[in-house]
Write a protein that binds this ligand. Structure first.
Ligand SMILES: [Zn+2]
Ligand SMILES: [Zn+2]
Ligand SMILES: [Zn+2]
Length: 257
């Protein structure tokens, strides 16, 4: 399994427009963060998790020209606003593009991008999704099994996901403020787990770094990653503050599991 971090930033991205803080003006490429999204790949299957507002730039940077499906964590715009960029992944397809989301997120996507979901949409130039409500139950795309993990985040239904293929497992939970007890077993002992770590100070709707680390120590992945970071997090500084089995994720990070 291969995982590519297309973006590792919070909703504003880093640098933040108009901000002159040390991280925003830093020359360190690892302090440049596009909005959060990952690719999960096997030999035969490529899945996109969320369509960030930076999807066009992310696809161009990584030479991404085709996907086999898109999976949504939740409806917030930093995870959905790049929806229309997926046109480029539909032009060459005859089949509709498999799209998976929980029921509330799917309802919002249908509202926001109604033209794409309309029965009458057969136009080759549009995003043509084949929408699936996963109802919180595991599903498979190609040779990758996907297990939804319900989490608490803001006021919207939100899922993390565990991806399994070739005997390897990767967990991805970019937005979370609380992990329900019932979801913990799903995230236990994975090969790699990336979770929300917005900043060092507490935040109402996101894990801070301290909460991320505490959960990683309980869930014991082989590799723990901090993602969805804002401009209060300096990459080099964060590296010094994490236990040995953990690292900050960064844009362009490539995991081969
Ligand atoms: Zn987010
Ligand atoms: Zn800043
Ligand atoms: Zn969110």
């Amino acid at each position: 399994m291969k995982v590519v971090f297309l973006g590792s930033g919070t909703s504003t991205g880093v640098p933040v427009i108009g901000c002159e803080c040390p991280v925003c003006v830093s020359d360190n490429p690892r302090n440049k963060r596009w909005r959060s999204s990952v690719l999960v790949q096997s030999e035969t299957t490529t899945l996109l998790v969320d369509s960030s507002p930076d999807l066009r730039a992310q696809a161009l940077k990584h030479g991404l020209t085709a996907i086999d499906g898109v999976i949504y964590t939740h409806e917030h715009l930093d995870h959905t606003a790049g929806f229309d960029e997926m046109r480029a992944f539909c032009w060459k397809r005859t089949e509709r593009l498999p799209l998976y989301a929980g029921p509330a997120c799917l309802e919002q996507l249908r509202r926001m991008f109604g033209w794409a979901f309309a029965e009458s949409n057969t136009y080759q130039g549009y995003v043509r999704p084949a929408a699936h409500d996963h109802e919180g139950k595991p599903f498979t795309i190609g040779d990758i099994e996907v297990i939804p993990v319900p989490v608490i985040h803001a006021t919207v239904e939100t899922f993390g996901y565990v991806f399994q293929t070739g005997g390897k497992s990767f967990g991805y939970v970019p937005d979370i403020q609380e992990l329900p007890e019932g979801s913990k077993p799903l995230l236990m002992g994975l090969d790699a787990l990336a979770m929300d770590g917005l900043r060092f100070r507490p935040h109402r709707t996101h894990f801070n770094v301290e909460q991320n680390v505490a959960h990683m120590q309980e869930l014991c992945p082989r590799l723990g990653l901090v993602t969805h970071c804002g401009h209060e997090v300096d990459y080099d500084d964060l590296c010094t503050k994490l236990p040995p089995f953990m690292q900050p994720a960064y844009d362009g990070m490539n995991l081969c599991l």
